[in-house]
Design a protein around this ligand. Structure first.
Ligand code: G6Q
Length: 546
């Protein structure tokens, strides 16, 4: 057994789990009228209700002991303080410095990174203002109307999710598009709708070597040069965001339009850096800075609130409670806000790429489960699709429900109906429906005897399904910044308890290497080397059918 599973806090949680496993939340709510007050927190107009969880006072106390045993407060300070906590890449993880609005220095190896952070924010402001007010025009003198971000993974999902979330704040005269997929349909479908004279491309790539991005960028460049008939057009129609300035200059991007960031920013944590340039262009730099401000507010909460009053800490520990003790495999999230429709996809990368690890920080194979599978969908759409399995399937699926108090587009009863759906789901998941309740309902519908008894088991809901509810005032930039930072820190909390490094991604790197090996063999049948029988046959099939 590993140190973690042998540890006193873990063992105490195992015993406690055995005692509480079969207790129904109906009973817990019945016995404790103060349950909501006890198990909810409010911070900066964000309400976190975690009372519909299979926990009592002792559970919270033991989970906090687990966090203390893992020295979580020390790790939090190490992260904020710029220690090289990404130990396999020997890097700091300082996404928090990118949104540090406190004026405090953040040293990495004794050098304050804040002057560089503020300098790039200044360049982003100048460039985004110039494009938005028509000062920076296309090669033929027309104002820019469309931004195309070319990037993938962390250089796509974050900025795309934020742009979608902040649509109500977008300028009328500027649209934004995201091309990530190497399938040429993605680029072609996007470009077909655009005019080269008024299109600005941003090539976003931390490494500037990612095959998909570089290939899409080359094709976009060829499209532009062909349409505008002049190589010089590239200078006014291409910008780049990268840590690899040598590669951006080799690609031929005007150095004035290159925005840098640093190796201490992980791809999936990079939307706060110049990778957020499409956000600044789309909603303006003031809004982008409000987003940073919201994340900073959550950073301060995470850093300074006591562990048992700390929203990301409690969310992270609840995930461990279900994943490691109840053996839940997955964790869902349901935003009841149309503009958050890319949030689940974004969160999948953030969580699964960070905590999808099978060895601990010292390289030892772990003997406990780590990252849960994350999935989700907009409420109420999900209700009409897969909620059946959450209510009546055999698995335990803890879920997060997110909803705003105000819609950006109030319309009749829409918001009230939406909220009624949200609340009704968490209530039903918690309460379930007993056989007695189901029988009474069926009787009231006029059923009886064998017909009633045959239908009865299908109408019973076990309930006792855990949910968190997060309510916020309105999906504005500040709130969105808070929500994203909240999930980032939740993931970090879990990684600390599991003793894994959440900031590397060797599985992603593997994909990048493997495709590079097979590509020459698809280009030229003669160059095929030996693979397993399946892969060799699939390569042959490709040559036979092309
Ligand atoms: C993120 C991952 C990965 C990465 C993409 C794109 O944390 O490392 O999703 O963002 O592979 O990488 P580049 O930005 O280097 O093109």
């Amino acid at each position: 057994m590993s140190k973690l599973t042998e540890s006193p806090a873990w063992q105490a949680l195992r015993l406690h789990h055995a005692a509480i496993e079969n207790v129904h939340m109906r009973q817990m709510f019945g016995e404790d009228p103060a349950r909501f007050r006890k198990f909810s927190l409010e911070f900066d107009r964000l309400l976190f209700d975690y009372s519909k969880n299979r926990i009592n006072d002792q559970t919270v106390r033991l989970l906090i002991e687990l966090a203390e045993q893992a020295r979580l407060p020390v790790w939090i300070e190490r992260m904020f303080g710029g220690d090289r906590i990404n130990n396999t890449e020997h890097r700091a993880a300082l996404h928090t410095a990118l949104r540090n609005r406190s004026g405090r220095p953040v040293p990495v190896d004794g050098k304050d990174v804040m002057p560089d952070v503020l300098r790039v924010l200044g360049s982003m402001r100048r460039f985004s203002d110039a494009v938005r007010n028509g000062e920076h025009r296309g090669h033929t003198g027309k104002a820019i109307t469309d931004i195309v971000n070319i990037g993938i993974g962390g250089s796509d999902l974050g900025p795309q999710m934020v742009c979608e979330s902040l649509k109500p704040y977008a300028a009328d005269n500027l649209d934004v598009h995201f091309v990530s997929n190497i399938d040429s349909s993605h680029l072609t479908d996007t470009l077909n709708r655009l005019d080269a004279e008024t299109t600005l491309f941003i090539v976003s790539s931390k490494t500037f070597t990612t095959q998909e991005t570089i290939t899409n960028a080359r094709s976009a460049r060829a499209w532009l040069v062909e349409r505008l008939g002049n190589e010089h057009a590239v200078a006014r129609h291409f910008a780049a965001v990268s840590t690899n300035l040598e590669a951006t200059s080799k690609f031929g991007i005007n150095p004035e339009n290159v925005f840098e960031f640093w190796d201490w920013v992980g791809g999936r944590y990079s939307l706060w850096s110049a990778i957020g340039l499409p956000i600044a262009l789309y909603v303006g730099m003031d809004r982008f800075e409000e987003l940073l401000g919201g994340a900073h507010a959550m950073d301060e909460h995470f850093r300074h609130a006591p562990l048992d009053k700390n929203i990301p800490v409690l969310m992270g520990l609840l995930g461990i409670w279900y994943g490691n003790f109840f053996k839940a495999d997955t964790n869902t999230m349901f935003p009841y806000d149309q503009h958050l429709h890319r949030f689940p996809a974004y969160l999948q990368q953030l969580d699964m790429e960070s905590n999808g690890k099978r060895v601990d920080r010292d390289g030892q194979t772990v003997d406990y489960d780590t990252g849960l599978i994350v999935w989700g969908e907009l409420g109420s759409n999900g209700q009409h699709a897969f909620f059946q399995l959450i209510h009546q399937g055999t698995r335990l699926i803890p879920s997060d429900f997110l909803a705003p108090m105000h819609s950006h587009h109030p319309l009749g009863e829409h918001h009230a109906i939406m909220m009624a759906n949200c609340y009704a789901q968490t209530e039903a998941l918690m309460l379930g429906k007993t056989a007695e309740e189901a029988r009474a309902e069926l009787k009231a519908q006029g059923l009886q005897g064998a017909t009633l008894e045959a239908l009865l088991p299908h109408k019973v809901f076990p309930g006792n399904k855990p949910t968190n509810t997060l309510l916020f005032d309105r999906l504005d930039p500040h709130t969105l910044g808070m929500l994203i930072a909240l999930y980032e820190h939740k993931v970090f909390v879990q990684s600390v308890v599991w003793n894994i490094n959440p900031f590397d991604q060797w599985g992603v790197e593997l994909g990048k290497q493997l495709a590079g090996k097979i590509l020459p063999e698809l280009r030229d049948a003669a160059s095929a080397s030996s693979h397993d029988a399946s892969t060799s046959s699939l390569i042959d099939y490709y040559h036979q059918h092309r």
